[in-house]
Design a protein around this ligand. Sequence first.
Ligand SMILES: C[S@@+](CC[C@H](N)C(=O)[O-])C[C@H]1O[C@@H](n2cnc3c(N)ncnc32)[C@H](O)[C@@H]1O
Length: 243
Amino acid sequence: MTQNIYDDPAFFTAYSGLRRSLEGLDGAPEWPAMRALLPQIEGARVLDLGCGFGWFSRWAREAGAAQVTGVDVSANMLARARADTADQAIVFQQADLETYAPPSASFDLIYSSLALHYVSDLAGLISRIAAGLVAGGRLVVSVEHPIYTAPWRPGWTTNEDGGRTWPIDRYNLEGPRITDWLAPGVVKYHRMLGTWLNRLIAAGLRVDHVEDWGPTDALLDARPDLASERDRPMFLIIAASLR
Ligand SMILES: C[S@@+](CC[C@H](N)C(=O)[O-])C[C@H]1O[C@@H](n2cnc3c(N)ncnc32)[C@H](O)[C@@H]1O
């Protein structure tokens, strides 16, 4: 059973005010890197895990997907996703990824943006994801980067020279991390990089691409607020395929 923090009123209000909540994919700086990993969308059957407000689900249909299923545990997130969507080929479903099992061999693309680090039973979910892909189907996923999730009390420190450092402790201690992000007591799960990759490999997936996301020069010109992302990666992006 997940914490479902997105149904906490204070958290939901704060999350709704973030740039990526207001601007959608255009407000998500890692979106171009995710988009570059997508297979052919035309005619694809797509599953969007932790779909949130449904921005990617709608994009996939506009890009030609045959059908899209968006899954999320949060009634708040799904209410807005449904309100913002007028497309019979997109179905939003409330389910907890701790137990959700997609129908077997049903999806050409399973996509998940910044949701899987909320899941405790990663091995179970990854094996259910693998079973939901058709042969040759692709998984494209972003999660909070292990360097970002590892510290017990995450935060920058200021160096003597005025620079900043992101101290890392407990990297090898996997499990829950409780942080005050938008609301007190938010539970996410830290895993080492090897664990993210080995879970996919153990489920029979071929890892095609691994990216420690960081902003390009052009993006930094437009978004100088992202400069700290060059000092420590915040997002890990992985693409994998069912052989
Ligand atoms: C950071 S938001 C990302 C939303 C969307 N994918 C995006 O990139 O805009 C994380 C989403 O994952 C959902 N989520 C978290 N834990 C979940 C779980 N156990 N089962 C299903 N959804 C979950 C949240 O409700 C939230 O909508």
